[in-house]
Structures are given as structure tokens and as C-alpha cells.
Design a protein around this ligand. Sequence first.
Ligand SMILES: C[S@@+](CC[C@H](N)C(=O)[O-])C[C@H]1O[C@@H](n2cnc3c(N)ncnc32)[C@H](O)[C@@H]1O
Length: 194
Amino acid sequence: MQDNLIVRTTAFAAHVVSAYLKEGDRAVDATCGNGKDTLFLCGRVGKTGLVYAFDIQKQALEKARRTLETAGETAKVKWILDSHQNLLDYVQAQEVQAVLFNLGYLPGGDKQVTTRRESTLEGARAALEALKRGGILSLVMYPGHPQGSLERLALLEMARSLDPKRFHCQHVSPVNQGEGKILPPEVLFITKKI
Ligand SMILES: C[S@@+](CC[C@H](N)C(=O)[O-])C[C@H]1O[C@@H](n2cnc3c(N)ncnc32)[C@H](O)[C@@H]1O
């Protein structure tokens, strides 16, 4: 069955980002984790493109490599064991067409190793530098846990402060979900206009 796009936030984000990518592009997975998003990006940029995959956990990058191997994906990936806040040490300004952040912790991993407000903000700012004109930054946020809630507030504040002539920011948030249970994920898209 096809993904139900507005129910599954990560699939929805990928669907939107997909429209911004073509064969030969360069892209960044800023939170590689188990490699699902890296695999998606590889599929879009193809053999002539390049994907930078960041994670601070070695085990995540190893798992992601296996995810790609199992899928038979042979697109070029640079695996980077470092925080996305150092993104510009690896990626040039205006080099990439898309940057994905899927915040939070590694599914099935240590929940203490989660993305955090300060490094996420620095990473998002670096990502905006790394984007080409017409490129897109996508951030899937999880306000249902304490760090996720802080990240969400900081990212939305940052987005509101961006020059509307240079950037267009879109925040997608479910309006009838999460009552009495964990708050549902949201997504923030930022495209660089000039
Ligand atoms: C929700 S998971 C990502 C899921 C992944 N995109 C996938 O498709 O499987 C979040 C990941 O971010 C990583 N992470 C946490 N802080 C980070 C940082 N400062 N820089 C890069 N990765 C980070 C975690 O280790 C974890 O693997």
C-alpha cells in the first residue's frame, strides 16, 4: 500500500523534497540514523549525484551502510561521523539541493543520544548556507519529548526571523492529533529563494 502521506510525516517530508531533486544533484542527510532517508536521497540523485550522510553514532552509520547494501543501492555516499553543526567543514556553501533532518533519537537505539536544540539550530543555519538557490531544507520535529519540544520552539523562532525575500518557510502541523497522547511530529520546510 502507498504511504498515507499526511499521516506519515517522514514520508510526507520525503515526498515534498523529492520534487526538488533530480539525477546528478547533491544532498545531505543530516541525521542518517538507520539510513532510510539516505536511501531515499540516493534514489533521487542517482549514480551521478552525491549524498553526505551525517551521524554522531558509529553504529548508526554502519547500520545505514548495511541498509543501502541490502537495497542494492550504489549511489555515491560520503559517510561522516560528526555532528551536523559542523556541516560546513564538509559541504561547501551553495553546494546542495536538499538537506534533511529527522530529529530525535535512533529508532531501537539509545534514547539519551538525541538531537539537541543548540546543535540542531547550528546545523540548520549551516544547512541554509549549504543550500543552492531553489534548494530545500526539511526538518521533521518531534515535540512529544522534552528535547524535541525545545528544538521545535527554537527552529520556529529561527524560521520566523529569516528574511522573507531570501527564504520561504512552511510549517506543517497536525491540528486534531495528539490529544491525551504523545504530541505528533511536525515538519518545517525552508526553501532558499536567492
Ligand atoms: C530519528 S534518528 C534519524 C532516522 C534516520 N533518518 C533514518 O532514516 O533511519 C536521529 C539520528 O540523529 C542522530 N544525531 C543526534 N544528534 C546528532 C548530531 N548533532 N549530528 C548528527 N546526527 C545526530 C542520532 O544519532 C540518530 O541516529
